[in-house]
Design a protein around this ligand. Sequence first.
Ligand code: HSE
Length: 438
Amino acid sequence: MTTSATSHPQTPHLKVALLGAGTVGSQVARVLLDSKDELALRSGVTLDLVGVAVRDVDAKRDYEIPRELLTTDADSVIDAADIVVELTGGIEPARTRILRALNAGTTVVTGNKALLAAHGRELQDAAAASGSQLSYEAAVAGAIPIVRPMRDSLAGDKVTRFLGIMNGTTNFILDQMDTTGAAFDDALAEAQELGYAEADPTADVEGHDAAAKAAVLASLAFHSTFTLDDVHCEGITAVSAEDVATAAEAGYVIKLLSVGERTEDGVNLRVNPVMIPRNHVLGGVHGAYNAVFVEAENAGSLMFYGQGAGGEPTASAVLGDLVSAARAIARGAEGIPLSDHAKLPAVSMDNVTTRMAITVTVKDRLGVLAQIAQVFADHGVSISTMHQTEDPKDQAISVLRLVTHTGRHRDLMDTVGALRELPVVAEVLSVIPVETGD
Ligand code: HSE
C-alpha cells in the first residue's frame, strides 16, 4: 500500500491486478477506471488498476481497456499488486496464480466457483497462513449478495436448509417450457440464440455449474468443507414438455434446485429438477433470474433474489468484495480465517426424505392397478394421489400419474426400479421429486 500525492492525496492507494478481461472482467475494469474517484470517496481507498493479464491483448472486448494495462504476463501483475482479482475461471492456471498471490500475503477476489468447489479448503488454508483475505461473492448467484450474508450475517444462527435457483440458463429454459409449452430442445435453442446458454451448454443443463455453487455455499452455511463430489447432481435434459404440463395442472412448476439440507447425520447436497408449488416464492422466479431461499433456526425464512449472471451484475459483486477488501487493508486488518470446525459429513441421497411424482404407462388390463399399488406397499411407500388417463395414441395403454407421500429416497427409487421390472408397466416416463416448500 502506498500513499501518493496524485488525484486523491488523503487516501491510501492500492494496486489492483485483474486476471481475465472477459464478460465480467472487462466490466470490472470499466468501473475501476470510470468510477475511480467515486470509489475512493466511498471507501477511503484509491484503487489503481495496474495491470490486466489476458491471453490475447488484441482480442475484442465489451469495454476497451487501455492498451498499456494489458499484458500476457500474469505473474508480474500478481507480484506487483495489493489485490488480485481472478476472473479467468477454470482450475488451472487460476489455482496456481491465486495461491501465488495468497502465499505472498496478497488479497484475492475471485468469482471462480469451479475452483472453489474443488480446492476451496486449500485456498482458505493458504489465506489463513499468510493472513490474506479471500473473497468470492461473485462465485454464487452472480449479483445476489448471498456469500457475505451466509458468512457474516448468519454467522450467529444455525442454517438448516437452503434451496436455490442458482443457474440462470436452466431457469430460463424451464420457464420457457412452462410459459410456452416448448420442448426442452426448442427452449435450449432459444436460450442459445438470446445468449443465455453457451454453444456447449453441458455445464449448465447437466447441473454442474449449479452443483459447484451448492458446494461453495454449503461450506459456508454448514461450517464444513464440501466439494463438487459431495453433490448429487441431475440436470434438466430429461424434463419433457409433458412433465412440465402435468406439474402445471397440479399447481406446480419444475425448477432446477440446488439444495443444502442439514440431516441427522450430516448435510445432504443435491441439484435436481424438482416440482415446487407455483405459489412458493421460488415458483415466481422467472427467466434467467436466480434466487436463494434460506431457512435458519432463529432468522426463519429468508429470500435473496436477483441477476445470477452477466457482465455488469457479476461485476457488481466483484466490486463489492474489492471495496470491502480495500477498506480492510487500509485499516491493517488481516483476512478472517473461515472455519470448517463443524466438519459435517456429506450424506448420500439414500436416507433423505422426499415425495415423488411418478408417471408410468401401463397395459390397460384387469388388476393392473392392484399390481401397481402392491409394488408401492411392498416398499413401504404410501401413494398420496393417482390420476389415470387413456393414452391418446393407444387405447390399450393407460397413463398413470402418481404422487407419493414422503418416504425415504432409497425406498422410492427401489419402488421405481420394481415398477420398471413389472410386466404390466410399459414405461416409466418420469420420476420427479416434489418439494412441498414447508
Ligand atoms: N452459466 C451460469 C448461469 C452463470 O446460467 O447461471 C455463471 O455461473
